[in-house]
Design a protein around this ligand. Sequence first.
Ligand SMILES: Cc1ncc(C[n+]2csc(CCOP(=O)(O)OP(=O)(O)O)c2C)c(N)n1
Length: 635
Amino acid sequence: MSKLLDNINSPADLKKLTRPELKQLAAELRQELVTTVTTTGGHLASNLGVVELTLALHRVFDSPRDKIIWDVGHQSYVHKLLTGRRQRFASLRQYGGLSGFTSPNESPHDPFGTGHASTSVSAALGMAIARDLSGDHYQVVAVIGDGAITGGMALEALNQAGHLGSSLVVVLNDNGMSISPTVGSLAKLLNKVRFDPRYRWAKEESRRILKALPLGDKVWEVGQQARGRFKGLIMPTMVWEELGFAYIGPVDGHNITDLETALNQARDYHLKPTFVHVVTTKGKGYRPAESNAVYFHGVPAKRAGTREIPTYSEVFAQTVLRLTREDSRLVTVTPAMPEGNCLSIVEAEFPKRVFDVGICEQHAVTFAAGLATRGFIPIVAIYSTFLQRAFDQVIHDVCLQNLPVVFAIDRGGIVGDDGKTHQGIFDISYLTLIPNLIVSAPKDENELQHLLYTAVKSGQPMAIRYPRDTGLGVELDTTLHEIPIGKWEIVRHGKDVALLAIGAMVAPALKAAQELASSNIEATVVNARFAKPLDTELLIDLTHHIKRLVTVEENVLSGGFGSSVIKYLQDSETYDTQVKSLGIPDEFVEQGTQAILRAKYGLDAKGIVQQVFTLFPEHTSASLLEVEGKVGTVS
Ligand SMILES: Cc1ncc(C[n+]2csc(CCOP(=O)(O)OP(=O)(O)O)c2C)c(N)n1
């Protein structure tokens, strides 16, 4: 029973609370976060760290009139709980439930849709300028972490914001952590402010000055006075001032009174953008998360069953470790995801050959290109959805120069609970259109090892996309071999229909073929492990014997593997073969478990069987009905 939280239906309810009540509410919010998020899964530590900051923001600003934009949005759970979404909170990240990020469709208190990092300052600046152009008067706040602020977009936006000088508040939520500890020289600079005891002393003094001044357009004066007094000492913070911001901070992010004082100053300062540096502890108030913020960054949902089979990410990392030992030219680059990509085992043994570049996908790719020009073989370990950020770098810096960069693309396909912003369903389309690039996907974790080995040996840019999943539990070969580039593999022979499946879709296609056999339809199943180049020889050969082809991919149909197959057959004037493509239609895919979503889009064995039946009119609706009965539908 949460006494105070039960009565908070909107930010207005917060404004009446006393200091002791706010303290109690903070404790209730933490309790709610821990109870719910350890069940639903989600970003626990980041949210525990912003409880007081969220309370202060909603007491000082007037949302939704004032716009509060949470960068990434993974730390917006407290904001959701305070803005009328408490009753639905247990549906967080579930199919049909609340999003794990912010979304304007969900609430007027979410002025911008988020999920990918480092967008908040750009969006906030756009809103601030729109306000100015239309003569309006609301305030705009971007809340950004010390991880997300290292992203190129954020720095580009700060650059323009300082130049334009419009009123805007950037709150830096500095907890020293991205998912792993934040890396880079900017992180070092922030750490100076966080940890230098002399600076803390200076902070106390500036707080005293701040208190002595009447609220209003005085922030700049505070900066000036403090700077005058502590010349040399407060250098790290002057960066923001030189960029054109009024700087306030560092502020204790767990002290609501201090936070409100600073945010009030920022809200009322209209002469230039304001930068409020807030220092928080990731995981605050829940000991396990405070002491292991990396693990508690994103906790998994409670699901039945234990796992013994390694994930694709784990097999990837083990293979990288092995290849790094064998070849001194191999280096690995990760844009802030060493945990997700399981690279810590490689980092531990080869700290100088694994580079966490920060949340900087574009830089990661071009940095790899630079390494490749000098004879190294970089593996860029990256999630499918985040590689979208670096589309031009893949084209212009890697493929155009035909540099041997390996793209190890994790979370290809449907990713599940993270939802619309994170589905890795576009990569086959946006990669196969690029000249020089080999695009592949393994049918299981064993083939992943061999494809990685092939990519390292290929001397060409090559992408390997694999799913967010445990492997199939197949045996892992101890000797690695090269797979001939562009060669597919027939994994089952049958005369009636050919299922051309790529990556994670090979297993359900095989299962579908077994079910079809019981209806006297014999299916060939092809492991189409290269989406580019296509195995045109095998493809044409198949069309000589089998007149019905079905392509299966966990990717959008538009520009995907199926469309490449159809285009090739059309160009080779093979008109007597019927081709059906299965994949994701032209829409964004919701959140939900992978099983629910694969069933929804017919990308499981039952869905494939159903689609194959439509190619066999002689298998009347009776058999269709029978299958439908088995399938059930998800609406
Ligand atoms: C473009 C992009 N790359 C990577 C990620 C994955 N990601 C989600 S949260 C996060 C760390 C964010 O760190 P920070 O901004 O400091 O926030 P904190 O969780 O520490 O509060 C990362 C790397 C992402 N969401 N978007």
